[in-house]
Write a protein that binds this ligand. Structure first.
Ligand code: FES
Length: 64
């Protein structure tokens, strides 16, 4: 699903950036993929994707 239409960034790309490139907040994501640096309409959804990925990662670590 597209999160940032201005830059054509999907939720999968954001998830990958969190997992592989250590993105932990919107500032990091803006620097890495440009998300939120044009119209800003995607910021809330992008933040949710970051948060959900971090929660998933921490649950995975607890289980393993
Ligand atoms: Fe992301 Fe416009 S939709 S900056």
């Amino acid at each position: 699903m597209f999160v940032c239409l201005c830059y054509g960034i999907t939720d999968k790309q954001i998830t990958k950036a969190v997992r592989d490139e250590g993105v932990g907040n919107m500032r990091d994501l803006r620097k890495t993929l440009g998300v939120g640096s044009q119209c800003g309409k995607c910021i809330q959804l992008a933040q949710q994707v970051i948060d959900n990925t971090i929660i998933d990662e921490s649950l995975f670590k607890e289980v393993c």
